[in-house]
Design a protein around this ligand. Structure first.
Ligand code: FE2
Ligand code: FE2
Length: 281
């Protein structure tokens, strides 16, 4: 599928996108940088806390994070002519690669997965490719705001679980990774806000289209994704997605639920929350 060339972002907004990227990068460089080696208390790894349930959950997260070569190449292909946006994706990809690495190290250092098991997992992962779910920069910004926020919420739940279980290592990993996900969601939210300021009607229409077809990137890519999330306790419920991801996003962007319902009716009338993805507000 040939992506549309970013007609939805005018040249007048490029400097603003660049400014959003610089703000994002400055905060990342000065306040948010963390190290897999120095900021995770690996010496305190308690093998008794690393149960098979935990292994199942972390394997799903790790698998989803390990698709970063596809995420970054596809998205940068779409955005390569937009300097601020394209460069932000480069910084973003580095951070996502660290997430997969932290989860991978947890699984192998704790003995939950052996190296050979991980190699088999990598083979399965890279036998499939992730493709852009949407065709324009604006739609992908809407998608990013939802995807990253949902990931932040899911990791927040896992951080609390790790703390309750006394798993200091996993709690630290979810703290750092979750803080990155919150920043990623904030970046995409800023881009969507900018788009709204430029063209409110079309941006709301795009957000409606994305919401109506929304599913996480691992859905359809990772075998039995939904049932594994459900059975392992790794996922968030549709209700939680609505209450903790969608509604706060609409509130921040000052879009009323009535306005969004109307847009979904108009622009995505045939898709509502169902087995194939999508959400109704
Ligand atoms: Fe991530
Ligand atoms: Fe992220």
């Amino acid at each position: 599928m040939e992506p549309e060339i970013n007609a939805s972002i005018s040249s007048a907004t490029r400097q603003q996108v660049y400014r959003i990227y610089l703000d994002y990068l400055e905060t990342a460089e000065t306040k948010r940088r963390w190290s897999v080696f120095n900021d995770v208390p690996w010496d305190n790894l308690d093998f008794g806390k690393a149960t098979s349930d935990v292994g199942d959950r972390i394997e799903i997260y790790c698998t989803e994070e390990l698709y970063v070569p596809d995420y970054s190449s596809e998205v940068r292909g779409l955005l390569r002519s937009l300097f601020g946006f394209a460069w932000s994706q480069t910084a973003w990809a580095f951070e996502e690669s660290r997430h997969g690495l932290a989860f991978r190290e947890y699984l192998t250092r704790s003995g939950l997965r052996w190296t050979a098991q991980f190699e088999a997992l990598e083979d399965r992962i890279f036998s499939k490719r992730w493709h852009l779910p949407f065709r324009t920069a604006r739609q992908m910004a809407c998608y990013g705001a939802l995807w990253e926020s949902a990931t932040f919420v899911a990791y927040g739940v896992q951080r609390i679980k790790a703390r309750s279980a006394g798993d200091e290592v996993l709690e630290a990993i979810f703290f750092h990774v979750g803080r990155d996900e919150a920043a990623h969601a904030g970046f995409y939210r800023s881009i969507v806000q900018l788009e709204l300021d430029c063209d409110r009607e079309r941006t709301i229409a795009d957000l409606a289209r994305v919401l109506s077809r929304f599913k996480m990137p691992g859905d359809g890519l990772i075998p039995n994704y939904r049932s594994r999330l459900l059975n392992s306790g790794a996922g968030i419920s549709p209700r939680s997605f609505l209450v903790r991801v969608v509604w706060p996003l609409l509130t921040t962007l000052e879009i009323s639920r009535e306005e969004m319902k109307g847009a979904m009716k108009k622009h995505a009338p045939l898709t509502v929350s169902n087995e194939r993805g999508g959400i109704s507000v």
